[in-house]
Design a protein around this ligand. Structure first.
Ligand code: RNT
Ligand code: ZN
Length: 421
């Protein structure tokens, strides 16, 4: 167990070192506390959901691994998410997918869902004092079997998904209203084709028309924020994705929706961090799906790496903590799933804290004076500063396990709960 006096002592020393560089550590910690990450519900059960026990995952996404202890029902799922949240400093939101409704054994098709199917989630969130974000689910369904949904050439299929998405937006409004914090509804669809199509244009025109129909219903902005998520490719959808980056950025700018940038949805040499300042000039707000693409869109657990750091740094450097919403989007079934949640979310928060501890004034001065060696030197120096002491103190202040202590807690949970499933 880490000793609280030692943590406090180390923190005081750290604070002084940062102060020397003009960094106010307490202010950074307060800003971090107000920055809420949206925890994706789908890490708990490999994007399974509660529609039917044996529904397979489709849409070109995949959770690999078969680690024992996966949540099999809503009760286990909530317990796992609560456990993860208990081990992460600060408050998080929950990011729900439509397939996670509380259907109570009833078969409810996607074009039939209503707020009542999510009421128990809203009540659960209210009890925890957290907000909810929401997603329509346009995959893992017979009407998405050929990987076309909102851009399908068959009008009946398109209409089915339009109806589903319209309902999801209305449910989002109820979530936002009841919980007193706007719900971000994100649209991601798998639409695309494995081999080279000869008619991309019609699919994209159809997607545009479907979105126009969906957004034609004006809903209160104080309860709902609309986001749309682009992608480069998926498994089995390698040659063309209808909702590409150009498509959705164009749509988001024209319609002033949020754009959702997923770290795994671009060419590996592109950096999502670089896109933040560009998008902020043209769309009102940004949603992020932070994940770790290892060689492809593999959705590994987030770690503190250069890509995640640049995202955090750009949010802070653009002074956009209120305009950029961070959701996570990894699903690793090969390790303890609660451990994955905790490591990934803590890592995302750590990158934010690291960015908030940057000596901004000095760095800017160097840059504006053309003192570029000095800028590089200071950026490198920051990597040697006692960041860990501030992080530990933050965890202690937030009443969550400090340093390595969360590892034992997850092992205990595995022993007591997960291994009995
Ligand atoms: C898929 C997208 C999408 C999904 C979730 C489950 O490539 O990233 O956001 O991961 O909706
Ligand atoms: Zn995503």
């Amino acid at each position: 167990m880490a000793k609280s006096e030692d943590i406090q002592k180390a923190f005081e020393l750290a604070k002084a070192q940062y102060a020397e560089l003009g960094v106010d550590v307490e202010e950074a910690m307060t800003k971090l506390e107000n920055f809420q990450i949206s925890l994706h519900c789908w890490q708990a059960d490999d994007v399974g959901g509660f529609e039917s026990p044996d529904a397979g995952l489709s849409g070109g996404i995949q959770a690999t691994g078969n680690y024992p202890g996966k949540a099999r029902n809503m009760e286990e799922h909530r317990k796992d998410v609560e456990k993860a949240m208990d081990l992460i400093p600060g408050k998080q939101r929950l990011n729900l997918h439509a397939i996670y409704g509380d259907f109570k054994g009833e078969v409810v098709d996607r074009d039939q869902i209503e707020t009542r199917h999510f009421q128990s989630w809203i009540d659960w969130a209210r009890d925890l004092g957290i907000g909810i974000d929401f997603n329509c689910t346009a995959f893992s369904h017979p009407k998405a079997d050929d990987n076309f949904t909102l851009s399908h050439k068959n009008k009946d299929i398109r209409d089915f998904w339009i109806e589903h998405t319209k309902r999801c937006r209305r449910i989002s409004v109820d979530m936002g209203k009841q919980l007193g914090t706007p719900c971000i509804h994100n649209i991601w669809i798998p639409d695309g084709s494995k081999d080279i199509p000869v008619d991309r244009y019609t699919h994209r025109a159809l997607l545009k028309d479907s979105l126009d129909q969906i957004f034609a219903e004006k809903l209160p902005a104080e309860h709902l924020k609309d986001a749309i998520e682009s992608k480069l490719f998926g498994i089995g959808v390698e040659s063309m994705t209808v909702g590409s980056a150009d498509f959705y950025l164009g749509y988001a700018i024209q319609n002033q929706t949020l754009i959702c940038l997923d770290s795994g949805h671009f060419h590996p040499t592109e950096q999502v961090g670089d896109k933040i300042s560009a998008c902020l000039l043209f769309v009102p707000e940004i949603l992020l799906h932070v994940t770790r693409p290892v060689r492809w869109d593999s959705d590994h657990v987030v770690t503190v790496n250069d890509d995640t750091l640049l995202i955090a740094q750009e949010i802070v450097r653009c002074d956009a903590l209120e305009r950029v919403h961070m959701g996570l989007d990894f699903f690793d079934a090969s390790i303890n799933r609660i451990g994955a949640y905790v490591v990934g979310t803590r890592a995302a928060l750590q990158t934010m804290l690291f960015a908030l501890l940057e000596p901004r004034k000095q760095l800017l001065e160097y840059e504006n004076n053309g003192q570029l060696f000095e800028r590089l030197a200071l950026l490198e120096l920051m990597k040697t500063k006692p960041f860990g002491a501030v992080w530990d103190s933050y965890c202690m202040q937030q009443d969550v396990p400090v340093s390595q202590d969360f590892i034992a807690e997850i092992q205990q949970y595995e022993k007591d709960v997960l291994s009995k499933r």
